[in-house]
Design a protein around this ligand. Structure first.
Ligand code: ADP
Ligand code: ZN
Length: 622
């Protein structure tokens, strides 16, 4: 091929990619790296794509699959989600299908016949099905445009989603030489990146690493006092009627929190590994299909949950790592609209997670790694700098203070806690050295505050020289001090009861060679509360609109829900919130102006144009 040939074919590709983007998906422009990735893969290149959740990974393989001849084969780990992805493509007029164990024999025959006849643009498969010899042989008889390996971090043992079946995907390199492969993931760490490249044999691939920032998500971490009430206030003031996820550590707290929220009038459902598969599937289905469901879940819930309009992710317990936290919070706001990642975190979390690590099975190296993960997570919780900067730095990316996290919006105040810290450490040391007694935080604080109880009398704590030397501070302040010292490794909680000990690292503080600046939590909580109702109201798609606009949005939303349930698909398959908002803003009066709205492609214009225009006209008549 001469130079000019290459140029023509490439520009032909690019043009048709743009046509597909507009005509099929109804979008004006590619975002970020999408254009380059699409061009590269359309031209036959392999690619490794690291892009955060909501970054727009799907188009990176869907558009090239439509540009190139043949069927694009997409490997996706979760059978439950293929159906929705295929429904969304079909709603845009794309010939898409999936093969998985939920299909009847007849349906499988039909899909396979369509595949062999070259009628499919995209075929979704689970990895365990792809690697079967029968499937591979069938694909060899088919014209394949590309292979897309979604959630590619599942091939990595470092990550938490490792799937043995993914290892078998390396076979594609041998069996289908010359067919482009694109691997995609939202997991950002170096180790995972390197491992998936090697294991999927993508050594020749071009790598596209996007910024992992999710600017539409507001990160907030507040000290825990009465967690459920804090959650309730957060939901009521900022996310009434919104869909979201509340993560809890244990099944029991999932059940209790879901029940509590239902009692307060929220449509809350539980999700954890202790529920039957049927119940889990039903709750997940409702979360995807209905509007405004709050899913209360353990981390068993969420991977690959492609719901674009999750408006908040709340953590009632501390995640075990920054990776986990970022992946879980990343499920909010895939549609790019403002969303909140909120967490309540307290002393109990620090002690509990530390204990879980101590008691966990596995090698010393494994425990050490878990401890490092926890330390990074604690550092994020306790930081007085921008949360986003800290998170991105963890993933090896630089950023500027974001202006959209709690520490940016309300810079935490710090105070010199050196003297109280010395008192606390002396109390711990005295009790241990003089009496051989070790206590958890609660009792140490009682001693410092001189709280008389049966126990203090029985143990003759009133005779200690440290008795009551900390009566000037409230228990809440003392708990905040203990928590921050644990997070910094200036105090340790050990054993089954989390008894406190002073580590050697605390020497300089005890000797007065170092001052200790701590966050002023209690003060912070008060100001944060005052700020919420005014500053944070109106963050979501619907509440950004006011008056007549809000009314039109609601009537469009009601229409959408009815459409979706009639077709048995999630509402966003009909139109996303972003598209509904776009319609409200544009108030189109004819098909041409409706087709300009982002997310309205040819198929949807055809199908819904009349209904939407009627609703807009009706609203204008009022
Ligand atoms: P990911 O798989 O990376 O989490 P998706 O592919 O689901 O992200 O895309 C997230 C959202 O952004 C979807 O609602 C999608 O329709 C939308 N989107 C993706 N690319 C574009 C684009 N170029 N223009 C407008 N919207 C887009
Ligand atoms: Zn910030």
């Amino acid at each position: 091929m001469s130079d000019s040939d290459t140029r023509t074919s490439r520009s032909a590709n690019t043009r048709s990619a743009q046509e597909i983007l507009e005509g099929v998906f109804g979008f004006d422009a590619f975002r970020g790296d999408q254009a380059e990735i699409v061009e590269h893969v359309s031209a036959g290149g392999d690619a490794v794509v690291l892009m955060p959740t909501g970054g727009g990974k799907s188009l990176c393989y869907q558009v090239p699959a439509l540009v190139r001849d043949g069927t694009g084969v997409v490997i996706s780990p979760l059978i439950a989600l293929m159906e929705d992805q295929v429904a969304a493509l079909r709603a845009n007029g794309v010939q898409a299908a999936f093969l998985n164990s939920t299909l009847s024999w007849e349906d499988v025959q039909q899909v396979e016949a369509a595949l062999l006849a070259g009628e499919l643009d995209l075929l979704y498969l689970a990895p365990e099905r792809l690697v079967q010899e029968r499937t591979l042989a069938m694909l060899e008889r088919t014209r394949i445009s590309l292979f897309a390996i979604d959630e590619a971090h599942c091939v990595s043992q470092w990550g938490h989603d490792f799937r043995t079946d993914y290892l078998g995907l390396a076979v594609l390199a041998d069996r289908f030489p010359g067919i482009p492969r694109i691997a995609l993931t939202a997991t950002a760490t170096q180790a995972t990146h390197a491992e998936l490249t090697e294991r999927l044999r993508l050594g020749e691939a071009r790598h596209f690493v996007a910024s992992f920032d999710r600017p539409n998500i507001q990160y907030r971490i507040e000290p825990k006092s009465r967690a459920r009430n804090q959650l309730l206030r957060f939901l009521r003031t900022e996310h009434a009627g919104d869909a979201g996820i509340v993560y809890c550590l244990s099944r029991r707290s999932v059940e209790q929190t879901a029940e509590f929220l239902r009692g307060e009038g929220f449509a809350a459902l539980p999700y954890h590994a202790g529920l039957s598969e049927v119940e889990r599937a039903e709750n997940q289905r409702r979360f995807l299909r209905e509007e405004g469901i709050v899913m209360v879940a353990t981390i068993a819930f969420g991977m690959g949950t492609d719901k674009p309009d999750v408006r908040f992710v709340a953590h009632l317990d501390l995640p075990k790592s920054v990776e986990g936290y970022y992946q879980e919070t990343g499920r909010a706001g895939r549609d790019g609209l403002p969303s909140t990642a909120w967490m309540a975190y307290g002393l109990g979390d620090v002690v509990q997670l530390g204990r879980m690590i101590d008691q966990s099975e596995g090698s010393g190296a494994h425990r050490r790694r878990q401890r490092e993960h926890l330390e990074a997570m604690l550092a994020l919780c306790e930081t007085v700098d921008c949360r986003r900067v800290q998170i991105l730095r963890y993933f090896g990316q630089d950023a500027e203070a974001c202006g959209n996290c709690d520490t940016c919006l309300q810079p935490p105040r710090t105070w010199d806690a050196t003297v109280p810290v010395q008192k606390l450490m002396s109390a711990v040391i005295r009790l241990d050295r003089q009496r051989g007694e070790r206590y958890g935080a609660g009792q140490i604080i009682d001693v410092l505050r001189g709280r008389v109880s049966d126990r203090s009398t029985a143990s003759r704590h009133e005779e200690l020289s440290v008795w009551g030397i900390g009566a000037d501070l409230t228990p809440a302040v003392w708990r905040s001090i203990v928590r921050q010292l644990l997070a910094r490794g200036l105090l340790q909680a050990v054993g089954d009861y989390g008894v406190l000990v002073v580590p050697e690292a605390a020497g300089p503080v005890l000797r007065g060679e170092e001052t200790v600046l701590l966050r002023e939590d209690v003060q912070r909580t008060r100001t944060a509360q005052a700020g919420t109702s005014s500053a944070r109201r109106g963050s979501t798609a619907a509440t950004e609109l006011t008056g007549a606009d809000a009314q039109l949005f609601e009537s469009l939303r009601t229409w959408r829900t009815a459409q979706a349930s009639e077709q048995g698909v999630p509402p966003y398959v009909v139109f996303s919130d972003a598209t509904l908002t776009g319609i409200v803003r544009a108030r189109p009066t004819d098909r041409a102006s409706l087709s300009e709205v982002s997310g309205v492609g040819a198929a949807k214009l055809e199908r819904y144009g009349a209904a939407v225009l009627a609703l807009v006209a009706e609203a204008a008549g009022n």
